[in-house]
Design a protein around this ligand. Structure first.
Ligand code: KIV
Ligand code: NA
Length: 277
């Protein structure tokens, strides 16, 4: 299996082959998802919510992103590893943005980085691309702008907002993005942007017309029974499997049935009782 690169992405769009992306935050999940056939693994700053337990992605730091990216890269053989630039790592200055993107590649072993925002970040995108670091854009419901958006709400529902998003998408393509995440946008806007761009769109809550799809792995696996937004489909119920396994383990321990002989070690010869002084 050849390693996936940014060039694979473009061929997949041209050939009409859907691109499969999923988040991963550690080596064990990366190995499973890579072997299952992911084209891209996203080390998302969603880890602030699903790993760290925050209620937004805003507290995630560069050091934490580098740490998780390195773990995911170690577990990945085929997929392209894309790492999120976290809040405040690329907004202050273009210099800081390039340096931080460089850390995700040099220290974290990412093959590309992702950042949120439209035309206002075109300069930042081109500066990172100039440093030979592939950049993925991210438009629509951009969680780092939760306070500006006034919550996690679908974007681009009215004509003006839709037109602005199309302009932003074209600006990101011109700036050199190799792909674009569309999050929380109406189905028909997802289709329009996908048709207008030559780079692939990767949707999450953006409908079936996108060139690919991405989901947070813990969401598609059904790890959190209290989180069920409209765009998430649960392909498994790991919350149920994990709690059932843990309950069985605890009840066997309490009943004295675990560990049994099969899971215990034997001495080489019978131990003689030793007298203690
Ligand atoms: O952080 C993340 O998981 C993301 C995806 C939802 C696109 O940015
Ligand atoms: Na993200």
């Amino acid at each position: 299996k050849d390693k996936v690169t940014i060039h694979t992405m473009k061929r997949q769009k041209q050939g009409g082959q859907k691109i499969c992306m999923v988040t991963a935050y550690d080596a064990t999940f990366a190995r499973i998802l890579d072997e299952a056939g992911a084209d891209m693994l996203l080390v998302g700053d969603s880890l602030g919510m699903v790993i760290q337990g925050h209620d937004s992605t805003l507290p995630v730091t560069m050091d934490q992103m580098v740490y998780h990216t390195a773990m995911v890269a170690r577990g990945t053989k085929r997929a392209l590893v894309v790492a999120d630039l976290p809040f405040m790592s690329y907004q202050v200055s273009t210099q800081e943005a390039v340096r931080n993107a460089g850390r995700l590649v040099a220290e974290g072993n990412a093959g590309a980085v992702k950042l949120e925002g439209g035309a206002e970040f075109a300069d930042v995108v081109s500066a990172i691309v100039r440093a030979s670091i592939p950049v993925m854009g991210h438009l629509g419901l951009t969680p780092q702008s939760v306070h500006k958006m006034g919550g996690y709400v679908v974007q681009g529902r009215d004509e003006d907002a839709a037109l602005k998003m199309i302009d932003d998408a074209l600006a990101l393509e011109r700036a050199g993005c190799f792909a674009l995440v569309l999050e929380g946008v109406p189905l028909d806007l997802g289709r329009q942007i996908t048709q207008r761009l030559s780079i692939p769109t990767i949707g999450i809550g953006a409908g079936k017309h996108c060139d690919g799809q991405v989901l947070v792995c813990y969401d598609l696996l059904g790890m959190n029974p209290d989180f069920k937004p409209k765009f998430v489909k649960r392909f498994a119920n790991l919350h149920g499997s994990i709690s059932q396994a843990a309950e069985t383990y605890f009840s066997e321990v309490r009943a004295g049935n675990f560990p049994d002989e099969e899971h215990s070690f034997k001495s080489k010869q019978p131990l003689r009782l030793m007298a203690t002084q």
